[in-house]
Design a protein. Structure first.
Length: 268
């Protein structure tokens, strides 16, 4: 007996490309009976290209889309799986947690691919050697700064500040920054003029700067500039700032820095 269509999709899901996996996951989540759609209609409903549908079908072991449709039709007749009703529409904006998880994973992969090990080593070395560390951010960036501060405080014995603190001005922060200190600025979604001013003046005082932002935002001159991908998985959530890659980066940077402290090293 041949392997049923949906069983083939589930078995092959981990071997698909990202776009093929998106198609497969949507087919499984709803599910979609191929017997009711042409290849072009399926592509339009799931937000992929016709070529993706063709590759998807062939990777499942079918010679053609029509062969897969015949299999799906026979499965429907024996299992009672209903054909799609008129007017059904599935698009990239339809709530689908599988697509959300995939986009978050893609954002993290794209972010980390831009950061070579030598850059992580240099930042960890500088953070470990800095007399004090200032984790800076406002609004959702303040949450990221507090997260990094918490991670670093768990493994480094030095002053580590979250800035600006409640009621603290830019001048108050600058008064505490000394040469060789490290400022880690989170600026996802753009940077305010006062934060840009703080960054510039901190570097003039002799501090080093790591700036973590997104690909579209302006960034101040930095010793290290890291851009986190924040592409939304659906059009109607574009107003949300995806901080998942930045959160992972904050943890990774803290963990790498703490590991540096366990071995002798010199900043090259």
């Amino acid at each position: 007996m041949s392997v049923p269509f949906f069983a083939r999709v589930r078995a092959a899901l981990d071997t698909f490309s990202p776009t093929e996996r998106k198609l497969g996951q949507v087919v499984l989540d709803y599910p979609i009976n191929l017997a009711g759609y042409s290849a072009s209609e399926l592509a339009q409903l799931t937000g992929v290209s016709n070529a993706t549908v063709t590759r998807f079908i062939r990777r499942l072991g079918y010679d053609s889309y029509e062969e897969a449709r015949r299999t799906a039709r026979m499965e429907a007749s024996t299992s009672g799986l209903p054909l799609p009703g008129a007017g059904i529409a599935i698009s990239s904006s339809t709530p689908n947690c599988a697509l959300l998880w995939q986009q978050l994973q893609d954002n993290l992969t794209a972010t980390l691919a831009q950061i070579p090990p030598s850059t992580m080593d240099a930042m960890a070395s500088a953070l470990h050697q800095a007399p004090a560390i200032f984790c800076v951010g406002l609004q959702h960036n303040h949450m990221l700064a507090r997260s990094l501060r918490g991670h670093l405080m768990s493994g480094l014995d030095k002053p580590i500040y979250g800035a600006p603190a409640a009621g603290e001005t830019i001048e108050d922060v600058l008064a505490r920054i000394a040469p060789r200190d490290m400022v880690v600025l989170f600026a996802l979604g753009g940077i305010r003029s006062d934060m840009a001013d703080l960054s510039e003046r901190a570097r003039k005082l002799g501090a080093k700067l790591i700036c973590i932002t997104d690909p579209a935002s302006h960034a101040p001159p930095s010793d290290w500039l890291l851009r986190c991908h924040t592409t939304p998985h659906a059009a109607d959530v574009r107003h949300l700032c995806d901080t998942s890659a930045a959160q992972a980066l904050a943890y990774g940077l803290a963990a790498h820095t703490i590991q540096w402290g366990a071995i002798p090293f010199e900043l090259i």
